[in-house]
Design a protein around this ligand. Structure first.
Ligand code: ZN
Length: 189
């Protein structure tokens, strides 16, 4: 995530930029936003699918090298995507939540973030990034929602991640129990 906050004059009047408890910066409602209201447009550079693949591979390589690799590419349709990693897109400051108060809508090739419920003044505005199942371990989630999966992955794919995590947890507990039993045996005179 880029560390320079966007110029605040680019934000719609009902939003402000602030420090988020979720992750770095976030966007907050300055005033009450009713359900169904467009909160902000997700601006960016229009790129081809081939370019998306190229940029994603570059971000993954950065991550593998221990550098920051963030994903701002929004899937729009079969033909093109929008890369929101541009300074004139303050919506890139919006955090993901597993229990978000906004959702994304695609209207004639443009991406809008819309309130999916009434949002109180002062609340952080969030949406589901809808990341694919592939590579889910690369995107840990700290959204703090009661039903947070622990990883940023689209709502329709969360059951798959939950199933794997449950299995791993069970294996871990068994290994823990077995090592305790071994330690007990050893400590007997
Ligand atoms: Zn979460």
């Amino acid at each position: 995530m880029s560390r320079i906050p966007p110029p605040t004059h680019l934000l719609p009047p009902h939003l402000r930029l602030g420090r988020s408890e979720v992750h770095g910066y976030g966007l907050f409602a300055r005033s009450f936003i009713p359900r169904g209201e467009a909160v902000i447009e997700y601006f960016g550079e229009r790129i081809s699918k081939a370019e998306t693949r190229r940029r994603e591979a570059r971000q993954l390589a950065l991550r593998a090298a221990g550098k920051e690799g963030c994903f701002y590419i929004f899937t729009v349709n079969e033909r093109f995507d929008i890369d929101g990693d541009v300074p004139w897109n303050p919506a890139r400051r919006m955090n993901h939540s597993c229990s978000p108060n906004c959702e994304s809508h695609i209207l004639r090739g443009r991406v809008w973030i819309v309130a999916r419920q009434d949002i109180a003044a002062g609340a952080e505005v969030t949406y589901d990034y809808g990341f694919p199942y592939k590579g889910w371990r690369d995107h840990p989630c700290r959204c703090g929602a009661a039903d947070c999966v622990g990883y940023i992955v689209g709502a329709s794919q969360r059951w798959r991640v939950r199933r794997i995590l449950k299995k791993e947890e069970a294996l871990f507990r068994r290994a823990q129990r077995e090592s305790r039993v071994r330690a007990k045996k050893k400590s007997r005179p």
